[in-house]
Design a protein around this ligand. Structure first.
Ligand code: R5P
Length: 314
């Protein structure tokens, strides 16, 4: 076994790391993570971590490549400081959409990032709602993937929805939507979404299922530009939905998402705090942020003590 638990944060989302430590009733470890004027990243642990069970919390959010580099350098510094075991806690795994070669001459960057994390010296990865579960297999070290879907389902269960239909904004999201629909005893509908080229424009083409007179709950893993969601919201409103609520695990929210989604076409927005909302705020649409800190904290505790992480979801 390793010596005691030690948790540190990079610069991506310190508030989440602090909330995890608060849940575990322990202090956040002290660590300098800074960038020199030539943009080189520097890390120094201020606590002794020799032989300790070290967890480094860093969702890979904007500026994505800097946050990734911070994570790699933190892992390297922990390794060289003789940490007993290093777990990269990545609440949001960027580059997840680049998970296959679906056009000629393109990379599989999700795999490349996995290679970098391993090469830096991580022993394990703890993450949440990967864009595609198969990304776990890009690693040769253990990966625990948590899910915030039960949290979102619990929220909708306690909200006053009488005849909800859970909607997948894309065929690839159908499994996720079905999971929530089953938890709620709700109906399921699926949108056929198309993207043209690589310019981030999404178009909801058709709806499989009936939403007339029903409350729609669209659930996605992430929102970036808001294009996928707004296209889905408009289609559902056209098809006679009485209201359309929007939920996602990772609200990446580029600045234009705040412009297009702060719209009366959406009845409410539900997110988690795997990533910080940095580019704006929603003023018109009621917004709820559910914290994943207790979930991450409990998973860390179980990994540290050799308990079952799967047991968290039974
Ligand atoms: C795509 O497959 C994902 O599940 C999301 O639908 C997508 O990343 C959302 O991106 P945007 O908000 O830019 O349409």
């Amino acid at each position: 076994m390793y010596r005691e638990l030690a948790i540190f944060s990079g610069n991506a989302h310190r508030a989440l790391a602090e909330a995890v430590c608060k849940h575990l009733e322990m202090p956040l470890g002290q660590c300098e993570v800074l960038e020199f004027s030539n943009e080189e990243v520097f890390v120094r642990f201020l606590d002794n971590i020799r032989e300790r069970d070290v967890f480094l919390i860093q969702p890979v959010v904007s500026p994505v490549n800097t946050r990734l580099m911070e994570l790699f350098v933190m892992i390297d510094a922990a390794k060289r400081a003789s940490a007993g075991r290093i777990t990269a806690v990545i609440p949001y795994y960027a580059y997840g959409r680049s998970d296959k070669k679906d056009q000629p001459r393109v990379p599989i960057t999700a795999r490349l990032v996995a290679n970098f994390i391993e090469t830096a010296g991580a022993d394990r990865v703890l993450t949440l709602d990967l864009h595609a579960g198969q990304i776990q297999g890009f690693f040769n070290i253990p990966v625990d993937e948590l899910t915030a879907l039960p949290l979102i389902a619990d929220y909708f269960r306690t909200a006053a929805y009488t005849s909800p239909v859970v909607v997948a904004p894309d065929v690839g999201d159908a499994k996720r939507a079905r999971n929530i629909a089953q938890r709620l005893g709700a109906g399921l509908a699926i949108i056929d979404k198309r993207r043209s080229g690589n310019d981030e424009r999404a178009q909801a083409m058709a709806l499989i299922g009936d939403v007339r007179g029903r409350e729609c709950l669209i659930v996605d893993d992430e929102i970036l530009t808001g294009g996928t969601m707004m296209s889905a919201v408009r289609l559902l409103n056209e098809q006679g939905a009485t209201s359309v609520a929007v939920a996602c695990v990772h609200p990446l929210m580029a600045a234009r998402a705040f412009e297009v989604m702060d719209s009366p076409e959406i009845s409410e927005l539900v997110f988690t705090d795997t990533v910080p909302l940095v580019h704006g705020e929603f003023r018109r649409v009621p917004t709820t942020v559910l914290s994943v800190a207790p979930l991450i904290g409990d998973a860390i505790q179980r990994i540290h003590t050799g308990g079952s992480v799967g047991g968290l979801f039974r």
